[in-house]
Design a protein. Structure first.
Length: 110
């Protein structure tokens, strides 16, 4: 049987709301401003060969913001490495979750 009368504590609701709001703000900043924080690789076409070069990337590059077409002429592809993906997940979900947990601890302490 499922309990339908279960009510979520206001402290938990507030901490989840803080975490979601902070996650949205951080995501907006990372996807709209070209800040090169994340490890990635760029694949260039040099003559008949492809050269893979490690480079710091911004998440805004993936939505088409922050790079010019002149710079993209020789670039075939770019992607985040595993450490870049982990860093992005930590920034977008981990830090807001920790802040939400801190808000929860603060509210239950009162």
């Amino acid at each position: 049987m499922f309990y339908t009368n279960y009510k979520v504590k206001p402290e938990i609701k507030q901490s989840i709301a803080y975490a979601i709001a902070i996650s949205i703000v951080i995501s907006a900043v990372l996807f709209l401003i070209p800040i090169e924080l994340f490890d990635g690789e760029i694949i260039h076409q040099v003559g008949a060969t492809q050269v893979t070069e490690p480079h710091s990337l911004s998440l805004s590059y993936f939505v088409g913001i922050g790079h010019s077409e002149e710079n993209m002429e020789t670039i075939i592809d770019f992607h985040l490495t595993t450490s870049g993906m982990v860093t992005a997940v930590i920034f977008i979900f981990g830090i807001p979750a920790l802040i939400g947990y801190r808000v929860y601890l603060q509210k239950t302490k009162e």
